[in-house]
Write a protein that binds this ligand. Structure first.
Ligand SMILES: [Fe+2]
Length: 298
């Protein structure tokens, strides 16, 4: 079995048929543990401008290069420097290997998230919020999620979704997003698509943790009484993560100075949240949120 135990992992990403965990990184080099389910394809390819070393060491199972007719078993290695063509490997049985590269690929996954975060901040600014809106939603949501005792996996999802909740506004025309007056019903219909767009965007990147966050993003305008959008989900059919973002987002919208709206006092916002407990908002979330009132110093 693996020569590496889970404590060695700095960060892990799960994808279809595949687990990859960063074991070590530094100076542009990364050592990445891979576990492939049987019959999983995995590839490396040349990238323009890179003169990187690519090294694979098989820990268990077997990797084949079907097109080249080669096979690598536990203890075998494969390396190229630089890589000049595409190599598509296939696992025979469950296979573990270490992949060492001087081209930081693991960072691609965090880079994808970072780019989405920058995008979210930019879009909220276009919508009249200050630059720290996403951070505030994220911080408050995590406070509530932790207080509610959400399990680790869901906290991770909440962490991403709370920051990226409005990323779908990217697809809303600016004349609607920035319209000074009231939206017409047609414009409002378009505006309401942003939660679904957000889910699609996160889903299309193809990383499982973003897909999970996408489900939450899609529900952040659902209401406890079923009168929200896009699906009119009711009560506990709404993901708790989404119910948390809904409360926090409303609170922040009420207490933020925006171009066309002056901030309301925090106490007014707390009362408004309480008034809509059980209609707009999940009562349990409201109770936890209000219990944290003194810590909410934003
Ligand atoms: Fe939204």
């Amino acid at each position: 079995m693996a020569m590496i135990n889970e404590e060695s992992f700095i960060e892990t990403v799960y994808m279809k048929g595949l687990q990859i965990s960063l074991v070590a990184s530094g100076d542009g080099t990364e050592v990445i543990y891979h576990r492939l389910e049987p019959e999983t394809m995995w590839g490396i390819e040349p990238e323009e401008g890179w003169d990187s070393l690519e090294f694979l060491h098989i820990l268990s199972g077997e990797l084949t290069l079907p097109y080249e007719g080669e096979s690598f078993k536990a203890g075998d290695s494969f390396h190229k420097h630089p890589i000049t063509e595409h190599y598509i490997f296939k696992s025979i049985g469950e296979t573990e290997f270490l992949y060492v590269t001087s081209q930081p690929v693991f960072h691609y996954y965090s880079k994808a998230t970072k780019e989405l975060m920058d995008l979210s901040v930019a879009i909220e600014e276009k919508d009249g919020y200050t630059v720290d809106h996403c951070q505030r939603i994220n911080k408050l949501s995590m406070m509530v999620g932790e207080e509610m005792g959400l399990e680790k996996k869901r906290l991770k999802s909440l962490n991403i979704a709370s920051f990226l909740h409005d990323v779908g506004k990217l697809k809303i025309p600016l004349e609607i997003l920035q319209k000074p007056g009231k939206l017409t019903s047609d414009e409002w219909m378009i505006m309401k698509q942003h939660s679904r767009y957000g889910r699609e965007l996160l889903e299309n990147i193809g990383l499982p943790f973003l897909k999970e966050a996408g489900k939450v993003v899609e529900q952040h305008h659902e209401r406890y009484d079923g009168k929200g959008y896009p699906y009119g989900l009711e009560g506990d059919n709404i993901l708790t993560e989404a119910a948390i973002i809904s409360v926090v987002d409303s609170y922040d919208a009420m207490t933020s100075n925006r171009i066309y709206q002056k901030a309301r006092a925090k106490e007014v916002a707390f009362n408004e949240i309480l008034r809509c407990r059980g209609t707009m908002y999940n009562p349990q979330v409201v109770d936890v949120f209000l219990a944290l009132k003194n810590k909410i110093i934003l």
